[in-house]
Write a protein that binds this ligand. Structure first.
Ligand SMILES: [Zn+2]
Length: 369
């Protein structure tokens, strides 16, 4: 196992503890013991699977990269050896019938619909026989346009402007010269932006595109390309599930009610038309608890979805599972194999920290995408 410098710096206590547990051989007996005491469902949440020769030169949001191709393969091999990968729809069927899930059940999911899901993750999953669910924002599959939050980071990395002035978000801050500092500013702006309603979010991004002359409509950079329908049809025909991640990747709880319903129903209708099958699974865009609420959950059920994933860190105890707010375990690029294995074995201790509404602060949100 190789851990690069970036990982060591970013992993913190959880990462180091995970590597120690992994190297010590403790995880397997702990997993065995935990399986007797606590049978819960783990749902892994990925975004992008991408190997970068030089991450500092990457012009888009690094926080969206869950793993390199090589590490993703290692992670899936571990799942195959030690866990029971399941289709999310089979989990829903078990919830419907009241039957128990097998011990060590795990589900693999992807959010957004970047084309590295098709090019990098899909061949590995198919080769190893691991099922997965791909949640896609159908408007981006239709248009091929970059995702707005990713484009915001891109604009901040590339702009020659000296000052970021966004009255919609009450922001007026200098733009640093250094790329690393610009990435930090981008992450901070995204966290701040997600506290505002959708109108303010869209107005701010549109202002940046217009004033810095970097319109998304005109851009099709290959580094941030969404999948297309032919790719998704191929994956679906090979047995992989495709679910909704809204139409335009908007925070559903931040939209007026009619637009929120249109995101739910429009994406469902498009998936059913393009793939020729019922779409019953959803992942809330952004997915933290500022992104969905009781009204969104009610509308999700009314639109005909049978289950929905959040981006809040946790596992799902069968008896206490809220099928419209399933917890997941986010996978991040700074995770070495030890941390990943330890997270699966001891998710309460080793999960990547995400926030709940009760503890939310200005600078904290569950998901950066
Ligand atoms: Zn997303």
């Amino acid at each position: 196992m190789v851990i690069d410098d970036d990982d060591v710096q970013a992993a913190g206590i959880r990462g180091r503890l995970g590597e120690l547990c992994y190297a010590s051989g403790l995880l397997r007996p702990l997993q065995h013991a935990r399986g007797y005491m606590r049978q819960d469902l783990r749902i892994l949440a990925y975004h992008r699977v991408l190997t970068l020769p030089d991450s500092r030169a990457f012009d888009f949001d690094l926080a969206l990269i869950s793993a390199s191709v090589e590490r993703f393969r290692e992670q899936m091999q571990l799942l195959k050896r030690r866990f029971r990968p399941m289709r999310l729809s089979d989990v829903v069927a078990a919830l419907d019938s009241g039957s128990r899930l097998p011990a060590n059940a795990v589900v693999v999911t992807f959010d957004d619909g970047y084309d590295d899901n098709y090019r990098a993750a899909y061949p590995i999953l198919r080769e190893l026989g691991i099922p997965a669910t791909f949640f896609v924002s159908t408007g981006h599959i239709d248009s091929g346009q970059p995702f707005a939050y990713d484009w915001l980071v891109h604009m901040l990395l590339r702009t020659s402007a000296q000052q970021l002035v966004l009255p919609e978000l009450k922001l007026d801050v200098p733009i640093p010269d250094e790329r690393a500092a610009r990435r930090e500013l981008g992450a901070s702006v995204l966290r701040h932006m997600k506290l505002f309603d959708d109108t303010a979010q869209q107005a701010a991004i549109t202002r940046m595109e217009r004033e810095w002359q970097m319109p998304r409509e005109a851009a099709r950079p290959p580094e941030c390309r969404p999948m297309n329908w032919d790719q998704l049809r191929e994956m679906h025909a090979a047995g992989f599930e495709v679910g909704s991640h809204g139409v335009h990747h908007r925070m559903l709880a931040k939209l007026p009610h009619d637009q929120m319903e249109e995101e739910l129903m429009g994406s469902k209708t498009t998936l059913e038309r393009e793939l020729g099958t019922s779409a019953m699974l959803l992942s809330y865009p952004v997915g933290g608890d500022l992104a969905f609420d009781d009204g969104v959950i009610k509308a999700t059920a009314a639109a005909g979805y049978r289950a929905a994933c959040s981006y809040i860190c946790g596992t799902n105890l069968h008896s206490a599972t809220n099928r419209y707010a399933l917890f997941r375990l986010p996978v991040e690029r700074t995770m070495g194999m030890g941390w990943f294995a330890a997270m699966l074995t001891l998710p309460e201790l080793m999960g990547y920290p995400t926030a709940s509404r009760a503890g939310i602060a200005e600078s904290v949100q569950a998901c950066s995408c």
